[in-house]
Ligand binder design. Structure first.
Ligand code: SF4
Length: 496
């Protein structure tokens, strides 16, 4: 079985319906492979297949056959075993067999969710000790101790911020989904400036109208705006004047007095100019991101960036000169062709620049990325070595992990971690991971997450393409009724 093989590997499931869980376990080892699911035992032939069976007498059998070599394990569950015990046993047996057959040990074990820190936080809130948490999660999910320690440290740094969440307030996300060119690993909704340029005036006017409509709902329901985040794409892809127009619309329609954090993801260094930085600063954003991803020029070329590492350093220094005292920088571990040494050089140089926060992502290759077509060689990518270097290095320089999320199809099943100096943790980054605060989205490809007082969550997704967003704007605005209803409900249980 080779990863990213076009043929589908047959997965035979007998006596159970844990397709999602079985596939999630398989994806830990073959992150771009495709599978076909069947209950036909005749498919258990050929050189590559997996057989999982839950018999009525409680016997669970898992067989893995890879390149003609097969191995099987069987466990007998007690008569009172529940459905979740069968599910867990199948995944655990499958995981063990795949570790044996592939030589890969996924560091997070069976913890496949995107928020491992949430599990740790729940246990801390239940009063469990650090040791109890390690043994409970280690035993159940087979996660490596170093990952559990990272999740624990992140939880400890995040908890004081979570405890101060104002769930009667909301955050605002403004989407500017354009970039100068598309990076080869990109799976975001991002449209190249070349193709979007003609639509830009109409797009900006629609976005400003949406900000006005959302602003009115926020005012009418007497709701407080807690944080604002400009993301994309690359918000600084637009001109300084266009950025000013959008940010003035935010200033006009929302009360910024009580906003605790206002971030603009400047992002790509080749879009950052002094004029844009001055606009961002003048209109109230105090936190920006300058995201080189790597400072290695060759790697930047390979991923489709049109700037050098030095350009990123200059953009960072320019932001300092303009007066930003809260700058985040994003790096990616595992970029194509990047060596562990090169990543170390980048990280060390970024630390020298002394940003307030550094986020270390691990390369994720989704089907929508052009890189996906080329396949991902898990075994030859030094991403794990890079991540292992980043954790102690950042911590020894005063950067503490404070938020973390995981994604499917990430090299070696690694994680994305935000590190910050004390007091510079981004609230918004925590709020999008936590499900306690409503986030109102504006702009093409933005989504709104409504968190009702009873914990129910409802999402409204804006159209992904600028022309669709512009053309169907009125239809989209009809969905704002639900936003009004949700904010009214929040205010009714938490009056100020
Ligand atoms: S800068 Fe980000 S959003 Fe833009 S193309 Fe690259 S990965 Fe995608």
């Amino acid at each position: 079985m080779t990863d990213n093989n076009n043929s589908k590997m047959p997965i035979i499931m007998i006596g159970h319906s844990f397709k999602y869980e079985t596939e999630a376990t398989l994806k830990l080892f073959f992150n771009t492979a495709r599978f076909s699911f069947t209950s036909d035992i005749a498919e258990a032939s050929g050189s590559d297949y997996v057989l999982t069976e839950a018999a009525e007498d409680g016997t669970v059998t898992v067989r893995v056959c890879l390149e003609g070599n097969q191995e099987e394990k069987t466990v007998k569950l007690p008569p009172d075993a529940e459905k979740k015990d069968f599910e867990y046993t199948i995944c655990r047996l499958l995981f063990g067999l795949l570790v044996n057959r592939t030589g890969i040990t996924p560091p997070w074990g069976l913890l496949t969710g995107i928020r491992p820190v949430k599990k740790v936080i729940d246990l801390i809130r239940q009063g469990k000790s650090e040791e109890d948490i390690y043994s409970q999660l280690g035993e159940r999910y087979l996660a490596a101790p170093k990952k559990l320690k990272l999740a624990y440290d992140t939880a400890v740094n995040q908890l004081p911020i979570l405890d101060r969440i104002d769930s009667s307030a909301v955050s605002l996300y403004v989407s500017i989904p354009f970039c100068p060119t598309r990076c080869s690993y990109c799976s975001f909704v991002s449209h190249s400036m070349d193709s979007a340029i003609k639509l830009m005036p109409e797009y900006i006017s629609a976005l400003c109208r949406e900000l006005e409509i959302v602003g009115r709902i926020v005012k009418d329901t007497d709701t407080k705006i807690d944080t604002i985040y400009f993301g994309g794409g690359t918000p600084t892809s637009v001109s300084a004047e266009e950025l000013r127009t959008i940010m003035e619309a935010v200033e006009r329609n929302f009360d910024l007095d009580k906003v605790r954090e206002y971030s603009v993801e400047a992002g790509r260094p080749d879009t950052i100019t002094e004029e844009k930085l001055r606009v961002i600063k003048a209109l109230g954003a105090g936190r920006i991101s300058v995201n080189p991803q790597t400072l290695n020029d060759e790697v930047l070329k390979v991923i489709g960036r049109k700037h050098s590492g030095e350009d990123a350093v200059k953009a960072f220094e320019l932001a300092r000169k303009v007066g930003f005292d809260n700058i985040n920088t994003d790096l990616i571990a595992g970029l194509p062709t990047e060596s562990a040494d090169s990543f170390r050089n980048t990280l060390d140089r970024m630390i020298e620049l002394d940003p307030e926060s550094i986020t270390v992502h691990t390369l994720t290759i989704k089907r929508s990325a052009s890189l996906f077509e080329k396949g991902s060689a898990n075994s030859s990518n030094p991403a794990a070595e890079m991540v292992d270097y980043s954790i102690p290095t950042l911590m020894s320089h005063g950067y503490l992990p404070y938020y973390m999320y995981r994604q499917k199809n990430t090299v070696d099943n690694l994680e994305n971690v935000g590190y910050a100096k004390k007091g510079f943790e981004s609230y918004y980054n925590i709020f999008i991971m936590d499900e306690t605060q409503t986030i109102l989205g504006a702009g093409c490809a933005a989504s709104t997450k409504l968190v009702y007082p009873d914990g129910k969550i409802s999402r409204i997704h804006n159209y992904k393409f600028p022309y669709e967003y512009i053309r169907s704007f009125d239809k989209l605005m009809e969905k704002k009724e639900e936003v009004t209803e949700c904010l009214k409900k929040i205010r009714s249980v938490q009056p100020r």
